[in-house]
Design a binder for this molecule. Sequence first.
Ligand code: ATP
Ligand code: MG
Length: 599
Amino acid sequence: MVLRLSTLFLRTLREDPAEAEVASHKLLLRAGYIRRAAPGIYTWLPLGLRVLRKVEEIIREEMASIGAQEVHFPALLPKEPYEVTNRWTEYGDGIFRLKDRKGADYLLAPTHEEMFTLLVKDLYSSYKDLPLSIYQIQNKYRDEARPRAGLLRGREFIMKDSYSFDIDDDGLEASYQAHRSAYLRIFERLGLDIVPVAATAGAMGGSKSEEFLHPTAIGEDTFVRSAGGYAANVEAVTTVAPRDIDFSGAPAAVVRDTPQTPTIATLVDAANAIAPRYSGPWTAADTLKNVVLAVDLPTGERQLVVVGLPGDRAVDLKRIEANIGVYLPTAGEIGVEAAGEEDLKKHALLVKGYIGPGLSLDAAVLGAEGTTKLLYLVDPRVAAGTSWITGANEAGKHVFGLVAGRDFGWDGTIEAVEVRAGDEAPDGSGPLEAARGIEMGHIFQLGRKYAQALDLRVLDRNGKLAVVTMGSYGVGVTRAVAALAESNHDDKGLVWPRSVAPADVHVVAVGRGEEIFAAAQTLAEELEAAGLEVIYDDRPKVSPGVKFGDAELIGVPTILAVGRGLVDGVVEIKNRATGVADNVAVGAAVQYVLDAARR
Ligand code: ATP
Ligand code: MG
């Protein structure tokens, strides 16, 4: 069916909608692909649905190519399975919860690990049934704290989520690699530039995990890569810790008066004035900065944590958020921020600007506070034997030559500081450079966590019950539409890659003559008969300027204009992406467009 603009359910907008900031969001609204229903929740219009369906089809084909089978779960789910895995609590405010008329708790699924696990448990019982990969393309609901940029971060969005089930680790690795290669093909076919990066498993648990990031300035993820091929989300970068240093010959630590030195810069100046160093001036890197953070747990509690790091580095809250889970009493969605005045007041021993670790291992000031023990974590650079200038836990005093492992201890190490361009890649493959990206997909080796919790066991080769090992793999389908729009537009509108464009060709009848409309209509029908998807602007009383403006805004790859040239037997065919236009004989037009579409 030729889509006729005279009847298509579409209203394009001249002005940028006030609600939109990023280009993709503005253009998808202006070109009539989506409408906002509520914050982070969108309605799909006919053109948008066409793009969405194409993205889904590419994903379906590639899932089929690795033998994954499609199923479809409800989005409205009972609470119980999520209680078993503790995610009912862990998700905190991140999920939409509701009750039925009998008062039973339900949720709108943010992701479906539990349900898939239970489904396989329901139906399968032997290693002979495995491996199995099943998936769905389905709505997900997350009450995101900051829904953003239209479809990029919605509160309702579509995800393709697959899950693999294997009897052993080798099987899981094979299923994981199959998904990984399918993902690379999906993004290649979508025309989305992708960098696979090492990732942290976050709230999911499990071990190996990679994200597929689309590099773009508006991305919320920062990743780093080296010329030697290392690539990681900054949250997942591991610091190469210096080797432990022998501190047997190190002099004893000395407490010195350092009035009015609450910042690292003032402290460094004071250190160079009162205790100059023989081997060269003190720098910020010689100081140990102790930052107090407030962690909001999924249970609603707020816990203070102190993190020690070299004074020349800044804390990276997102990295801490991603990595602090192992030290917290409850897993799940947490928030980390700098502690405020109110938080600090609750801990009398914390002297702002002069906070240090304990002065001896057995009398650690941090952590010795009766009922409110503070967790003390350090950056891996604070290795045993390293010596620091740091706060003496007394206003106006710092301690010099405080040796890690001799004069103070810690509860653990954490990746806490900003990764800088120029830092060495952990695998020695060269200095890192930083870029921003949007997470388009994420693959995890979940391992046995969910299968264990929900008791998914099957008989193994020896007739014994064995816990199944799982992988979980997601692609943001609606997010892909937004990312494609973001990376394929110009100042006139959208410029869709052919693989997902709502049509192959946009025929425009320009002018008033009946013969123009007749010829345009015939061409539209012939193009359609040749197997192309056609939009035909047959609106009788709309000016050429508006029609061309709409064609550029909608962004179909080929624009075919039937107008003044018709008296000479030619039409104009334009490539939306390059702007290159050719005059083509009417009789050759269909073939020309077909060739362009196949290129
Ligand atoms: P993010 O870090 O962006 O919040 P996530 O780590 O929560 O994403 P996953 O749980 O791994 O995401 O979900 C799989 C995929 O679903 C993501 O890679 C992303 O493409 C997509 N996705 C996640 N959250 C949203 C959202 N709020 N809106 C649109 N797509 C999303
Ligand atoms: Mg993720």
